[in-house]
Ligand binder design. Sequence first.
Ligand code: HBI
Ligand code: FE
Length: 292
Amino acid sequence: MMMDTAEKMTSKQRCLAATAAEDFTIDQDWPAYASDEHARWDRLFAAAWTTLQGRACDAFLDAVERLQLSTAGIPDMRELSDRLEPITGWRVVPVAGLVPDEVFFEHLANRRFPAGAFIRSEAEMDYLEEPDIFHDIFGHVPLLANPEYAAFMEAYGKGGRRAMQRGQLGNLARLYWYTIEFGLVREPHGLRLFGAGIMSSTAESVFALEDPSPNRVQFDLTRVMRTNYIIDDFQQTYFVIDSFEDLVAACTEDFGDVYDALRDLSDIEAHELRDGDDVIHSGTMAYFRAKP
Ligand code: HBI
Ligand code: FE
């Protein structure tokens, strides 16, 4: 009786019912994923993998293979961590969903990436509000095998505490948004994707690189920290870094001075271009204008 009920629960329901530790981690309970949930991962992976050839940055594509992410079902986070840890010291830990900011930062500062353990439902294949295991593992984890990216994520966790103390978490969250989630990087053959929010959406993978609608602007720390973003649609502006060393440089800069300066600077709207921007593509905004 009990077993029957347990077997019929979705991974989302199991996450919600799980008892979390003090650091909000739960048991991934890998054997409990249903076969249709593994099949859903496989479909998401296959579609993304095809779309990302020639679009994702080389470091991402290489790391997917090195970490053995594939269409062999939902990964076991412990096994994945055992492959990742020897490379950069990072591990992936299961959580039920979004965790409080300070908990999130504490994990990152210690090279642990908290990943949602549930997989999206069929109704949410193209868009979901909370990060699921496909977004968190496929989108975020491969680049944690890159030493510069790995260092940036740790620094972001450490910087998070300081930003909270200063009441400027909003500024730091924009840096995360426009790099870790929606960043582009310049490679010898053209612009490529590295943001996890883009990687886990096949539609945005094409839009971010090829659509004339959004702006594409060279990354600048202060500019990014001033810029609002939209959370429920494609981005209106994408920022482009030259390399992951750019990110490391951005986080070793004295954020204190940047934060002080930001207090006197107005916010920039998501679609806006400003004098001084190093504009790579001035967006037509056609996609956003056509919205009802
Ligand atoms: N929790 N699981 C999870 N994943 C996130 O990406 C996340 C979070 N909590 C807070 C958070 N992100 C952001 O609000 C901070 O980066 C600012
Ligand atoms: Fe994310």
